[in-house]
Design a protein around this ligand. Structure first.
Ligand code: IDP
Ligand code: MG
Length: 156
């Protein structure tokens, strides 16, 4: 099993507008993950289509492409033990009403159309999404962080 992973997380435009950037970063930081990439940007039509290509043809596709361009996002890369799955758990289900209490979407969102956060769903999509939003030289992995100590000391 691959324990050290990287994932792409974004605070979506509704999350930025509502002032949830710090809260969302804090959850990943205090969980013990390592922040290795961070930028604020306006998503272009091209980026939006690249990011959400898998949803092309679905009824909500056009609205999704519009939503992700409705204001700046905060794009991040987080690294750590099983971070892809863990981050998805911390985000909660796509539909906030079905998300477990205590997750970001349950705590801060009402509807799937405005669910404040994005997170990669697999190793492949994480690498793909990181490469869409970040150049390799924009990632700062060269500092010591507790997340790495955790992995060094794992027994299994
Ligand atoms: P995820 O963000 O939990 O991975 P996906 O199924 O990959 O969910 O969908 C991407 C995004 O598209 C969701 O986060 C949500 O904002 C939006 N979305 C998903 N399903 C619907 C829908 O049925 N109507 C409107 N928007 C949707
Ligand atoms: Mg998804």
């Amino acid at each position: 099993m691959q324990v050290e992973q990287r994932t792409f997380i974004a605070v979506k435009p509704d999350g930025v507008k509502r002032g949830l950037v710090g809260e969302i970063i804090k959850r990943f930081e205090t969980k013990g993950f390592k922040l290795i990439g961070l930028k604020m940007l306006n998503v272009t039509q091209e980026l939006a289509e690249q990011h959400y290509g898998e949803h092309k043809g679905k009824p909500f596709y056009n609205r999704l492409i519009e939503y992700i361009q409705s204001g700046p996002i905060v794009a991040m890369v987080w690294k750590g033990y099983d971070v892809i799955h863990s981050a998805r758990q911390m985000m909660g289900s796509t539909k906030p009403l079905e998300a477990q209490v205590g997750t970001i979407r349950a705590d801060f969102a009402l509807v799937k159309e405005y669910n404040v956060v994005h997170g990669s769903d697999s190793v492949e999509s994480a690498e793909r999404e990181i490469n869409i939003y970040f150049k390799p030289e924009e990632l700062c992995d060269d500092y010591e962080n507790m997340a790495e100590k955790v992995i060094e000391r794992l027994d299994d």
